[in-house]
Design a protein around this ligand. Structure first.
Ligand SMILES: CC(C)(COP(=O)(O)OP(=O)(O)OC[C@H]1O[C@@H](n2cnc3c(N)ncnc32)[C@H](O)[C@@H]1OP(=O)(O)O)[C@@H](O)C(=O)NCCC(=O)NCCS
Length: 187
C-alpha cells in the first residue's frame, strides 16, 4: 500500500477501506479517552461507519482537500494522523493525530508529525498549518509547541459535546516560519 517509512518501527499508510476494522478496533478500545479530546472521531460507532468515513477522506484526498494516514507501529495499527481539511482557497491545512493509549509516550506522534509537516509544505500548496485542541489538552499543546506552532488564541464555546460548550485553542505554523526553522537546523 502507499506508505512512508518513518522509522524502523513506525510506518504511515494512506488510509484505505481495508484498514477500517483495525482503525475501528483501536478507536473503540480508546473511545472514552479519545472522547475527552476529540469531537468527531469518537462519534464513529461501527466498522461500516469507519469504512464510510475512510471513503469520504479518500474523496477529499483525491481533490487535494485532505490527507488521512493510518499509523502502524511494529505492523500494528496505532492510530491516525493527517490533515482533516485543506482549505485550498486560503491555503491552510488543519493537522490532526490520535494514538492508542498503549502507544503513547514513545515519540510516535513527534516522528509522524515531523514527516507530516514536511510532506504538507512540500506537496500541498499551503501557506499555513493550523492545529486546534481543547485548552486542557496538554499533550497536544506540547506537541504543537515543539514544532514551533504559535498559539494564536482561544475560541470560546466553539464546540458542542453532548450538552457542554467547549473552547478550542488555535495554533498556527506559517510556511515562512517552517522554512526559517529548517534553515536554522541546517546551519
Ligand atoms: C496528542 C498525542 C497524539 C501525543 O502522543 P504522545 O505519544 O504523547 O506523543 P510523543 O511521545 O511523540 O510526545 C510528544 C512530545 O510531547 C511531550 N508531551 C506529551 N504529553 C505531554 C504532557 N501531558 N505534558 C507535557 N509534555 C507532553 C512529550 O514529552 C514529547 O516531547 P519530548 O520528546 O521532548 O519528550 C496523544 O496524547 C493522543 O493521542 N491524545 C489523544 C488525541 C489528541 O489529543 N489528539 C490531538 C488533538 S488535536
Amino acid at each position: 500500500m502507499f506508505e512512508r517509512k518513518i522509522t524502523d518501527r513506525i510506518t504511515v499508510r494512506l488510509t484505505v477501506p481495508q484498514f477500517a476494522q483495525g482503525l475501528f478496533d483501536v478507536l473503540d478500545k480508546n473511545r472514552a479517552n479519545l472522547a475527552k479530546w476529540l469531537i468527531q472521531t469518537p462519534q464513529i460507532k461501527t466498522v461500516n461507519e469507519m469504512g464510510e468515513t475512510i471513503i469520504g477522506e479518500l474523496r477529499k484526498f483525491a481533490v487535494g482537500q485532505g490527507l488521512h494516514q493510518t499509523i502502524f507501529y511494529e505492523g500494528r495499527v496505532a492510530g491516525a494522523a493527517g490533515f482533516n481539511m485543506i482549505d485550498t482557497k486560503n491555503n491552510v491545512a488543519y493537522i490532526f493525530i490520535w494514538l492508542d493509549e498503549a502507544y503513547r509516550g514513545k515519540g510516535i506522534a513527534k516522528a509522524c508529525w515531523q514527516d507530516l509537516i514536511a510532506l504538507g509544505f512540500q506537496y500541498f500548496p499551503i501557506n499555513k498549518i493550523q492545529g486546534e485542541c481543547i485548552p486542557s489538552n496538554e499533550s497536544s499543546a506540547a506537541l504543537l509547541t515543539k514544532f514551533g506552532f504559535k498559539k494564536e488564541g482561544v475560541l470560546r464555546d466553539i464546540l458542542k459535546r453532548n450538552n457542554e460548550h467547549l473552547d478550542h485553542a488555535v495554533y498556527g505554523l506559517l510556511r515562512s516560519e517552517y522554512v526559517a526553522q529548517q534553515n536554522t537546523q541546517a546551519r
